[in-house]
Design a protein around this ligand. Structure first.
Ligand code: GLU
Length: 319
């Protein structure tokens, strides 16, 4: 057993579709190829979007595909205390501030960035006395704390440069450079509805679970610098990152509940798993389509070649 610790972190907003199966398979194979552990975390923090029963369905689908996890499942909904603690840590250093802006006010003044609107910093220096804070944002211009010594699996995240640029080497997508203040803006860590934002929760949980390698869909590629920034502010280690091409439908839309992606089948598992391997360009021998998932997975673990995956951000699939 190596000290590799990977994870799959689905949001229980619906059944597993082909796109999420690809992310599960990619993270599983990378972990198992490295003799590591593969953990599953249910990201059920956003309770307005959480669908009752979806988490159990996802877990039984993973099992039907032979994707057995190590250690206990973590549920974000049970981790609020850890997020509160991290939030207080940020507050103590003056890294966060309350923001009273409504969606409409932001929409009226914000520029559009790489991942939505760039918050123009309206509330950075305080909110008008007659208004009340709604959400809490983190300043993107904080001086960095000294990061812990690089560890063995350190993959080239070369701290924040003095001008606030995050640079890292994604195993598949190559070098990613992002200037947080101008490309993203101060981002929300505690939402107006009182829930902690995904960016904060994911950083806290990846650290709590001791994750060394994050393998996930490329829809999160441009969230990674925000997560690295929070890791620095909180004094946490930064895992290695690999972002897999996102499965899109013929219209170029990401597979999701909104785009009516079909759930993956629970009966024809070997065939769907075979398709996931083909999508990841692993070239499984054709006869394996008719074998059991155990055969397929054993072949795929032994022959896992991330370098064969196309480093594109999206790739179409007919599901
Ligand atoms: N829960 C997120 C999703 O389902 C994934 C989070 C992550 O892998 O960091 O899109």
């Amino acid at each position: 057993m190596s000290n590799y610790r990977g994870r799959f972190a689905p949001s229980p907003t619906g059944p597993l579709h082909f796109g999420s199966l690809v992310a599960a398979v990619g993270s599983y194979l990378d972990a198992k190829h490295h003799n590591g552990k593969w953990l599953v975390r249910i990201e059920d923090l956003d309770n307005p979007r959480t669908v009752k029963g979806a988490a159990d369905k996802i877990l039984s689908t993973l099992e039907a595909y032979g994707l057995h996890w190590d250690e206990d499942i973590i549920y974000q909904s049970q981790h609020n205390a850890a997020y509160v603690e991290a939030f207080h840590q940020l507050k103590e250093t003056g890294a966060v501030y309350p923001c009273c802006c409504t969606r409409k006010e932001i929409a009226d003044s914000a520029l559009h960035g790489i991942d939505g609107q760039i918050y123009p910093g309206t509330c950075r220096n305080g909110i008008p006395p007659e208004r009340e804070g709604r959400a809490w944002r983190v300043r993107t211009d904080m001086q960095q704390t000294v990061r812990p010594e690089p560890v063995e699996w350190y993959t080239g995240f070369d701290k924040l440069s003095p001008n606030g640029v995050v640079v890292f080497d994604d195993t598949l997508q190559g070098r990613i450079t992002q200037h947080l203040a101008t490309e993203v803006g101060d981002f929300i860590v505690l939402r107006a509805d009182g829930l902690f934002a995904y960016q904060l929760a994911v950083v806290v949980d990846d650290a709590l679970q001791g994750i060394t390698h994050v393998v996930r869909g490329a829809d999160l590629l441009y969230s990674t610098p925000r997560q690295m920034y929070l890791q620095q502010l909180l004094g946490l280690n930064t895992p290695g990152y690999m972002h897999l091409p996102l499965v899109v439908n013929a219209q170029g839309e990401k597979l999701s509940k909104q785009t009516l992606a079909r759930p993956v089948e629970k009966n024809n598992t070997a065939s769907a798993l075979f398709d996931a391997l083909v999508f990841l360009r692993q070239q499984p021998p054709a006869e394996l389509r008719l074998r059991t998932i155990e055969h397929l997975l054993a072949w795929a673990i032994a022959n896992w070649q991330p370098a064969a995956i196309l480093p594109t951000v999206t790739s179409a699939h007919s599901n």
